[in-house]
Ligand binder design. Structure first.
Ligand code: 4AD
Ligand code: MG
Length: 433
């Protein structure tokens, strides 16, 4: 068996040997000493190979190791402030586990198409290691937040019989004798039912949208965090969202400082933004600001990503746009009692070109109103009988929201495109690897 390794847990006795398993990320040096960058447990660890110690043959073997050869190295740990992690291994011996010939991703520049075609290998590169680690930490912080807040995790189905969000962006598949099944665009409707069981619930999983647009912020498969809370109004819902976003971002940044360094992302300005209260701007007010900025936009139109950017630049921070026109939002949003042409909804817009990261609302609790809205949208109310039951048996005010994971990762990492934020991006023009 190949011995296990973890530099941080190694015993510090200078004469005992340690062994590490990994892959050759890179090699540099001269004819006397080689520094092997070993990728072990997703981190780079330095192995020092000295000709004088190893002898001519072994040294030559090390010097000629092709990129991504897998191997086990054995030697003595020593301090070196310049080595990644502050320690390095002085090499005594090595065993090759798997050879690697002509690894396609070399230290030279490659175009994004080439890299995405080699995504299965590209995941091994330094920046990609850092991004996936940020994703992992952010996902963990999200679960931690809701657990600390006494929310129950509810896993909602991916194959569904009714349309969750809008008919325009559906993936469907033949489903035995039952007609069409749709891939979930959201877990929300199911989450609402569970909120009437547990009061505070969340789901976190992949969602699917047949988005025909090739933008920097759309995937056809993306991960969404959704939370739903009974007896919560939209005001408190926004408050929860703000506390949630600030908490998970701060936690993630704190835990990924080394990774952000690799990504050359200075977290200071982001942390500074998180110290500010996110302004809450009425949709109507946002339209006025845009008009003043010279945009030709009228009340009733959706706010696209370029215009979101004008708004975040105007406020210099993330902001909520609230009370959208009823006609451009989903059927389940509660009509605004103070302005019936709008709904009690809000989008949270992130700066740095990221745009909408959260969509949320209070839910319509009136049976009659929601049936009317379904009909307006051309959705058959009989497909929603189970959902409508909520409005019959103990209906209560309730609210929720959904946050797109990849957009938030792009925000934390300072990336302009969300395709690197998911291990295997699915886009209109990409289904492999
Ligand atoms: O605003 P959306 O469509 O809201 C819902 O699906 C609600 N049912 C959520 C809820 O209230 N439970 O989507 C929520 C978020 C967006 O703000 C955005 O961050 C992300 O999901 N999102 C996407 N991310 C990547 N690619 C796409 N195609 C996305 N569509 C939405
Ligand atoms: Mg939205």
């Amino acid at each position: 068996m190949i011995p296990s390794l973890d530099p941080s847990k190694s015993d510090s006795h200078p004469t005992s040997t340690h062994s590490f398993q990994g892959w050759v990320q890179g090699l540099r040096g001269n004819n006397h000493v080689q520094f092997l960058q070993l990728r072990t447990q997703g981190k780079i660890f330095q192995v020092v190979a000295e000709k004088e110690f190893l002898g001519e043959d072994t040294f030559k073997q090390v010097k000629g190791l092709p990129q991504e050869t897998s191997l086990v190295v054995e030697g003595i740990l020593q301090e070196n402030a310049k080595a990644p992690g502050g320690k390095e291994l002085f090499l005594h011996s090595l065993t090759i586990v798997g050879e690697s010939d002509q690894y396609p991703i070399t230290p030279k520049e490659h175009g994004p198409d080439f890299l995405h075609n080699h995504r299965h290998l590209w995941l091994r590169s330094k920046r990609q290691l850092a991004i996936q680690r940020v994703r992992s930490e952010l996902s963990f912080a999200i679960r931690e937040f809701f657990r600390n807040d006494s929310y129950t995790l509810i896993d909602t189905p991916i194959l569904t019989g009714s349309i969750g969000e809008s008919a325009g962006t559906l993936f469907s598949t033949a489903y035995f004798d039952l007609g069409q099944a749709y891939l979930a665009q959201t877990g929300q409707l199911y989450l609402e039912t569970a909120a009437f069981a547990h009061s505070k619930v969340y789901c976190f999983g992949p969602t699917f949208r047949a988005e025909k647009s090739k933008t920097r912020r759309h995937l056809t498969e993306f991960w969404m965090l959704e939370a739903e809370t009974a007896f919560l109004n939209q005001e408190a819902n926004m408050h929860l969202q703000e506390r949630f976003v600030k908490t998970v971002l701060r936690t993630t940044i704190e835990r990924t400082l080394e990774d952000l360094k690799v990504l050359e992302r200075d977290p200071a300005p982001l942390l500074e933004q998180l110290n500010r209260t996110f302004p809450r701007v009425d949709y109507g007010e946002a339209i006025q600001i845009l008009q003043t900025a010279g945009e030709e936009i009228t009340w009733g139109e959706d706010i696209n990503s370029d215009r979101e950017q004008i708004l975040t630049a105007h406020f210099g921070t993330a902001l909520f746009i609230q009370n959208f026109p009823r006609a451009i939002k989903a059927f389940y949003m509660k009509q605004n009692p103070n302005d019936p042409k709008t709904v009690l909804s809000a989008d949270l817009i992130a700066p740095d070109g990221i745009g909408e990261i959260i969509g949320g609302s209070e839910r319509e609790e009136s049976y009659e109103k929601i049936v009317e809205r379904l009909k307006e949208e051309g959705l058959p109310p009989e497909d929603y009988s189970w959902y409508l039951d909520l409005r019959k048996y103990g209906s209560v005010p309730h609210s929720g929201f959904g946050m797109g994971l990849e957009r938030v990762i792009a925000w934390v990492c300072g990336l302009s495109h969300i395709r690197e934020c998911i291990p295997f991006p699915r886009m209109i023009y990409r289904l492999t690897p």
